[in-house]
Design a protein around this ligand. Structure first.
Ligand SMILES: [Zn+2]
Length: 184
């Protein structure tokens, strides 16, 4: 997967939409061919019909020189194929490293209407991705010193993430927008 563009809110989307005509297409690099092309909705713990991403079309109609392909610009607090906001995911992962995966699943399955099996898979996705996340974070800053040596590697990654984005409303959303990649 190449670079993924993210936006934080409607104000930022409006500004991106106004600049589409000056942006090169990520597929064919043509400039002046990009148009808004609808949106992608889905569900997460906040709602069953929530905006997740905007579609952009590189126009090849009416003899325009685009490639005819589309791409998406994502809201920074959404994750591909996860029915949780980044904030919901952050809460779930924090609980899992502090109280254990069983307690985290109990808490999240009530709050987020997700089954234990789905939450277990989300935890596994994070687990498989953690060394990659750590590498990305190292490029920003070294990990913080943690008290004691009994921390799990998952807890270390979350502490590193928090330290990399100390002022962020949600560290996972900030990670996605800064690094132009999904958290996992
Ligand atoms: Zn194109």
């Amino acid at each position: 997967m190449g670079e993924i563009r993210f936006y934080r809110d409607e104000v930022e989307w409006t500004s991106i939409a106004e600049q589409l005509k000056q942006m090169p297409c990520p597929h064919c690099k043509a400039v002046g061919t990009l148009n808004r092309h609808g949106s992608i909705s889905g569900c997460d713990e906040t709602s069953t019909g929530v905006l997740r991403a905007r579609r952009v079309f590189c126009s090849n109609r009416n003899a325009r020189p685009g490639c005819g392909r589309t791409f998406s610009i994502w809201l920074a607090d959404k994750i591909l194929r996860v029915k949780l906001t980044t904030r919901g995911l952050w809460q779930f992962l924090k609980k899992a490293v502090s109280d254990g995966i069983t307690a985290a699943i109990d808490a999240a399955s009530d709050a987020c209407r997700l089954s234990g099996r789905v939450l277990q898979r989300i935890w596994q996705r994070f687990d498989r991705r953690q060394s990659h996340i750590r590498t990305v974070l190292w490029a920003q800053r070294p990990p913080p010193d943690l008290p004691g040596d009994s921390q799990s590697t998952q807890a270390e990654v979350l502490a590193h993430l928090q330290a990399a984005f100390p002022d962020a409303d949600c560290p996972i959303a900030a990670y996605q927008q800064t690094n132009k990649t999904f958290f996992f």
